[in-house]
Every structure is written in C-alpha cells, then in structure tokens.
Design a protein around this ligand. Structure first.
Ligand SMILES: CNCc1ccc(Oc2cccnc2)o1
Length: 409
C-alpha cells in the first residue's frame, strides 16, 4: 500500500503536518493494518499555499491548472532578490563623498552626495538659472523619454550647514550600479544656495534617511532605498567610507570581507526620520571609558563628528595648545603631535576615531594648527556621527531590524 501513505504524506506535508509511518513493531491495530501517527514537522518551513499545491501536481505529473501556474509565476517573480554595490569617492579633506547615479532615458550620468541624514533625491537641473551652476552636470527632464512631471509638487530643503535648495518633481528611472528603480521621484532643482553652487563637483543629493521626512509637497515621495529595498536580498545598505580613497555603498548584503571582528548592533530610533542611536559613552586616548549617553544620528552627509560640548571640551582638554578659535568657529590644535584617539561606545562595543583622523584640515596657511574633526553639536538638538566617525568603520544601516551595525575594518 505504498501509494496510500505517499499521497497522504504529500498532502499532509503540504499542510505542514508530517505523517510518521510507524515501524512494524509499533502498530496497534490487528495484523495487516497500520495506524498513522501524525506529528508536527518542526523543521517544516511554511510554504506558500499555491507552491505546496503545485508540488503535489508536479509530484504526480498532473497538468497544473492555469490559475495555479500564474500564481506560482507571480510568487517566483516576487521572490527574485538582488544586491548592488557602488563606489563613492572622497572630495578634498573627505569633506563629502560623491557617488555616480544614472537618471532618465537615455541615461544622464551625475555624481551626488549620498546622505543618510536626509530623504530627498534632488539634482541640479536645466530649470535652474545658469548663474547658480558652476561646473555641475545637470538633469534635463525634457531630454528623458521616461520622465513624467509630478504636477503640482514642489520641494524646499535647508540642511544642517545652512545650505538649501528647492524645485519641482519628476518621476524617472534611476540606476545605481546594477539596481534600477523605474519610477523614482527625482527632485529637479530650480534654486540652490551658494554652498551648492560653489560645490562644483556635486550634482545633488541622494537621501538615504527615512521617507517620512521627504520634503516634497503636497505628497512626500519615497527614497531610492525605500523603493528598492523590497527587491533586495535583505532590506539594508552598508556604508564603507574611507580617508582619501574610494569606499563603497552596498545594497542588500553584508560583505564579510569588508570588516574585521564583530559587528556591534544598536537599535535605531527612526522617529525623527533619521538613523538615530544612543552611544553609551566615550573615552579620550587610552583613558578610562566614561559613561555618558550620547544620542545622535549616523549622517554620511555631514563631514564632521559633532558631539555634546561637555564631551568635546573633555577631549580637547587632553591636547596641549588646543583652543576654541572664535574666528574659525571651532576648536583648533597644533597639527603635531598627533592628537589622542577618540573612542565612542556602540552598545557593548567601541568605535575608535584614530588621532590622525581627528585632525580634519590645516587651520592656517603655515599648517601649524589644524581644525578639529570633532566639534560641538550646539543648537542642533542631537549629536551627528558624520564622516569623521563613519570613515573609521564599516556601518550597516538595517531597515529590516531597525538597527545600526558598526564594525572595525
Ligand atoms: C558643503 N555644503 C553643501 C552641501 C553638501 C551636502 C550638503 O547637504 C548636507 C549638509 C549638512 C548635512 N547633511 C547634508 O550641503
């Protein structure tokens, strides 16, 4: 009676139950019969209903009904998962990192600032006054057969450094590496502040913050990451910025070759639309760790590491000759000797900003004093773990687990 148990097994398997065919010696009924003991199969992973049904049809070579075949095709299509990677290049002094994107059909290639501290993809465009353009590549929606104006929509943004931009909105295809969002909101600039005009290699920003703070009115738009994340192997991206050399943004996977040791995970507070987290404290050089909650955001679009005044003054107190220079609006210190490392906690782990990365840039022509890469977060309302902090680490921005992972590299 091989067929009987097999069919029943297949049917039960489809429901997540497995039938145990008892061995000869534990049948309870009379000779020649068998009682099937049903046990739940602990290793049975839930399978999509149509898939399980299709399995039974396939098992017996029965032709699959059209509706079932179509359901399987749709399911498999959605199962398609992908990953992506793109190189990102530092500008002088690592002031920002520029990353190539392609917009429109035929593709228009621009380089933009991937900014985890904001959530708008905006680009220099043909809608700007030429006096606001100094060397940037501009997006021309009229030169893209796939652009569609989002009628009535506009945007305006002011960033933490006081720079600003505004304009209107198109939907168009956007490709980063091998990842394409066919209908991505591309915010075309009509006006930009002088900081952007003077930032001649930067053609715009690509926000990697949470879409809740997208600035498009009346209908906020999704970020590129929010649009692509459902197609990724995992809903995450990783940031691997480096000092003075190309790094990378990876989408959908964690590259084990990109970091050393363990990843320290910490929960993200996305309530303000940022990748917010709280560091448990800090240390200066080889000094003792000081418990001191520091709440801030991981922000690739901010150059420096901006921390509470008490922490910053405790750090610079350890550097002979360090002082706050009101002319420059920040702490400066003798470029030599190398200042002490700055260490901050991430959950039970630590991140070390090497002393030679704390010296951000010469503060005077004689290169005697250096402008600090660590400055205060006064007036912002939270700390900003910008490029000075991020470039020391391999950082995972995990939207699935709503957590940040920091690892040494
Ligand atoms: C350098 N100023 C122009 C500029 C480049 C990137 C941004 O945008 C910012 C600034 C501060 C924080 N996050 C994003 O402004």
């Amino acid at each position: 009676m091989l067929l009987f148990p097999t069919i029943l097994t297949a049917a039960l398997a489809a429901t997540g139950m497995a039938a145990a065919i008892p061995s000869r010696d534990d049948t309870t009924a009379n000779k020649g019969t068998a009682s099937l003991l049903q046990v739940r199969n602990p290793s049975f992973e839930f399978r999509h209903g149509p898939l399980a049904l299709a399995k039974a049809y396939q098992k017996f070579g029965a032709p699959m009904p059209e509706d079932l075949r179509a359901a399987i095709a749709r399911f498999r299509q959605n199962q398609k998962r992908t990953t992506g990677t793109i190189a990102t290049d530092p500008e002088k002094h690592d002031v920002e990192y520029l990353t190539p994107i392609s917009v429109g059909t035929p593709s228009q290639d621009l380089v933009v600032d991937f900014d985890t501290g904001s959530s708008d993809l905006w680009v220099f465009s043909t809608e700007m006054s030429t006096s606001d353009i100094k060397g940037q590549t501009v997006y021309d929606p009229n030169n893209s057969s796939t652009s569609e104006k989002v009628q009535g929509s506009t945007w305006k943004i002011t960033y933490g450094d006081g720079s600003s931009s505004s304009g209107d909105v198109y939907l168009d295809t956007v490709t980063i590496g091998n990842l394409t969002v066919p209908s991505q909101a591309v915010e075309a600039a009509k006006k930009v502040s002088s900081e952007f005009t003077d930032d001649s290699h930067n053609d715009g920003l690509l926000g990697l913050g949470f879409s809740a703070i997208n600035a498009v009115e009346p209908t906020p738009q999704n970020t590129f990451f929010d649009n692509i994340k459902g197609s990724l192997d995992a809903p995450l991206f990783t940031v691997d910025l480096k000092h003075g050399t190309p790094g990378s943004f990876n989408f959908g996977y964690i590259d084990p070759a990109a970091y050393i040791g363990n990843i320290s995970w910490t929960p993200v507070d996305s309530s303000q639309g940022y990748w917010g987290f709280t560091s448990p404290g800090y240390a200066v050089g080889t000094g003792a760790f000081r418990n001191h909650s520091i709440s801030g955001i991981a922000d690739t679009g901010t150059t420096l590491l901006l921390l509470p005044k008490s922490v910053v003054s405790a750090y610079y107190k350890e550097i002979q000759g360090a002082q706050y220079d009101s002319d420059q609006g920040g702490y400066i210190f003798p470029c030599s000797p190398t200042p002490p490392d700055f260490v901050f906690g991430v959950n039970k782990g630590i991140v070390t900003v090497p002393g030679d990365m704390v010296s951000y840039a010469p503060a005077d022509s004689a290169n005697q004093n250096c402008f600090g890469g660590i400055q205060t977060d006064t007036g912002i309302g939270f700390s900003i773990f910008g490029d000075v902090a991020l470039k020391t680490s391999f950082v995972v921005f995990d939207a699935g687990g709503l957590q940040l992972g920091w690892a040494a590299k």
